[in-house]
Design a protein around this ligand. Structure first.
Ligand code: 1VU
Ligand code: MG
Length: 348
């Protein structure tokens, strides 16, 4: 671990200094685009104004013989659209550190479009050593290609070893943007018995005690509660952002919405959208409920300096509830700045 004084120094001569604070950005959805698919890629200019982040995916879901096409497609789509004009983030998911493609991914992308790229998503991160490697390499490439804004790193939490090291990953570098839960790879790595991509499982439930001959009530539980909680604590303790990842059953919007909402309530900032149908769900979920915003605004107003104790509608408010209210009001303001319809509803 670097000493505090060295932690924020650039890792290569000529590389930009790391951010002291993360840029404040609304990232309700990270929308995955398969860049080797010409038809979907052609939609990116129109898509860019409707999502918070466009991510060109180079890793899983891209066939091995299409890796080069995906990389070229990503460069083309990054060059063709002015993402900054609509405040849309531009990310890529590179191939894993143990793959034969990662060097070409980073060498090509930073050289060609490094100045337009906000975040590199790194799959299958096992520990801080993976982040250190990417951190050093990105600094060398930024210096070589004159990139002046630091490219951030986002880790996918999708192996048992990664979960065991989640705190060390979150604090590995000032380049860390955040983390996403990767429920499919993680399920496989842990030996979980599910073929689903995220969401619950009908057999994972608690059952009530027997009460005579009455049928015993039972309820499905959230398979991902523990991991999301660990990820949120690791991220927020280090001032970075937590995200729910993919939900694979595009036909079950209700289940996707429930999974996204659990993640939102637990502290996540957004989720991945893999299909256009999931974008509206993420927009609905990752913006606070208008009634909650109205009540939170009353709390903030009732305690202008955030201290003391007051009663609102029979409920005690104090310094701690003021902070809770501030989380909601701040997010509502961020959403309102981008979404005029919600700005009107929030009255902010
Ligand atoms: O109506 P049209 O035919 O003009 O368009 C189709 C389709 O092209 C389009 N579409 C998309 N547009 C933008 N972004 C997308 N991600 C996207 N996906 C589809 O929407 C229209 C309707 O599509 P569809 O229902 O007919 O679906 P398709 O069979 O065309 O596409 C399905 C797949 C799964 C291939 C496509 O959605 C996709 O590639 N999504 C991203 C998958 C991905 O990135 N997976 C990796 C992350 S998850 C992980 O790593 C762990 C599991
Ligand atoms: Mg994965």
């Amino acid at each position: 671990m670097k000493l505090p004084r060295r932690f924020f120094q650039p890792l290569a001569t000529g590389a930009p200094a790391p951010f002291r604070e993360l840029p404040v950005r609304l990232e309700r959805m990270i929308h995955f685009v398969p860049p080797h698919n010409d038809k979907v890629r052609a939609r990116v200019p129109e898509l860019a104004g409707t999502v918070d982040v466009v991510l060109g995916n180079l890793e899983d879901a891209v066939p091995a013989d299409q890796k080069e096409a995906a990389r070229k497609g990503f460069v083309a789509m990054a060059q063709a659209t002015d993402f900054a004009a609509t405040g849309t983030g531009l990310w890529t998911r590179i191939n894993a550190l143990n793959s034969p493609w990662i060097l070409d991914d980073l060498f090509t992308i930073v050289a060609e479009v490094g100045s337009k790229l906000d975040v590199v998503m790194v799959p299958k991160v096992e520990g801080p050593w993976d982040i250190h490697y990417i951190d050093q390499l990105l600094a060398q490439l930024e210096a070589r290609h004159g990139v002046t804004k630091p490219i951030l790193v986002h880790a996918i939490l999708e192996t048992a070893e990664g979960v065991a090291n989640v705190d060390a990953i979150a604090s590995a570098s000032p380049r860390m943007h955040g983390m996403s839960l990767g429920p499919a790879d993680l399920a496989a790595s842990r030996g979980m018995k599910t073929t689903r991509v995220g969401g619950g499982h009908p057999d994972y439930r608690v059952i009530a005690d027997p009460a005579g001959d009455a049928p015993r009530a039972s309820a499905q539980q959230d398979l991902w509660h523990y991991t999301i909680a660990r990820m949120v604590d690791a991220c927020m303790a280090n001032g970075i952002k937590a995200f729910y990842g993919p939900f694979g059953d595009f036909s079950d919007g209700d289940a996707c919405e429930a999974q996204f909402r659990n993640a939102f309530l637990m502290g996540c900032a957004g989720a991945w959208t893999l299909h256009p149908s999931q974008v509206a769900i993420a927009k609905r979920v990752f913006a606070p409920d208008p009634a909650e915003v109205a009540f939170a605004a009353r709390i903030v107003e009732a305690m202008p300096d955030g201290t003391g104790a007051v009663m609102l509608d029979g409920k005690m408010q104090d310094d701690a509830t003021w902070k809770q209210a501030k989380v909601i009001v701040d997010l509502a303001k961020l959403v309102a700045a981008k979404d005029p319809e919600l700005a009107a509803v929030y009255k902010l």
